[in-house]
Ligand binder design. Structure first.
Ligand code: CUA
Length: 228
């Protein structure tokens, strides 16, 4: 979860998010190098007195400063393309979770297990426990097993919502009439917070997501206790 003065990305809780953080740092490094170079050149323009009355064209330099940026962009584009396809890969999921966006809450269905389904509402500030997180905690958490490949199906009942959990590297739109799919693998236990990220109406900010990542045997216990 993000806390005060945490300006960067959250620590990853899944291998895909780890890769995304590496890619972010890689792209940022290239960006810094370009900014420093261009900034230096622009700054130095103020201090030179060079005048060249006969300079009309420079074929060579224009070739260089056209092709060089194109090559630099390839170093961002090719890894980016790799991650797009990597994020879309489904690796034999052991659990499927369906999440449906509503105005303004999420509902979940565990279709693999006797059709468990429940709604997940944000806890209003006046009902919040002292250790609760304002605008972020929900009444019914999504319990999921860690160290298992999980498939998530996202859709919506009214308008477009987006099921987004930064620590897991998941961001999928829930669109009425469509069923979107992605997958993730949680590699540590804990609570992972997310929020809707499609502007879906007045209470868009108040439909958070809480994932409770637990060991597989605890997950099985939780599933069985909900089956009655
Ligand atoms: Cu649902 Cu924004």
């Amino acid at each position: 979860m993000s806390t005060w003065a945490n300006l960067g990305l959250q620590d990853s809780a899944s291998p895909l998010m780890e890769q995304l953080i590496f890619f972010h740092d890689h792209a940022l490094l290239i960006l810094v190098m370009i900014t420093v170079l261009v900034g230096y050149l622009m700054f130095m323009l103020f201090f030179n007195n060079y005048v060249n009355r006969f300079l009309l064209h420079g074929q060579l330099i224009e070739m260089i400063w056209t092709i060089l940026p194109a090559i630099i962009l390839l170093f961002i584009a090719l890894p980016s393309l790799r991650y797009i396809y990597l994020l879309d890969e489904i690796n034999e999921p052991s659990v499927t979770l369906k999440s449906i966006g509503h105005q303004w809450y999420w509902s979940y269905e565990y279709s693999d297990f006797n059709n468990i389904e429940f709604d997940s509402y944000m806890i209003p500030t006046n009902e919040l426990a002292t250790d609760g997180f304002r605008l972020l905690d929900v009444d019914n958490r999504v319990v999921l097993p860690m160290n298992s490949q999980i498939r998530i199906l996202v859709t919506a009942a009214d308008v477009i919502h987006s099921w987004t959990v930064p620590a897991l590297g998941v961001k999928v739109d829930g669109t009425p009439g469509r069923l979107n799919q992605t997958n993730f693998f949680i590699n540590r236990p804990g609570l992972f917070y997310g929020q809707c990220s499609e502007i879906c109406g007045a209470n868009h900010s108040f439909m958070p997501i809480v994932i409770e990542s637990v060991p597989v045997n605890y997950f099985i216990k939780w599933i069985s206790s909900n089956n009655s």
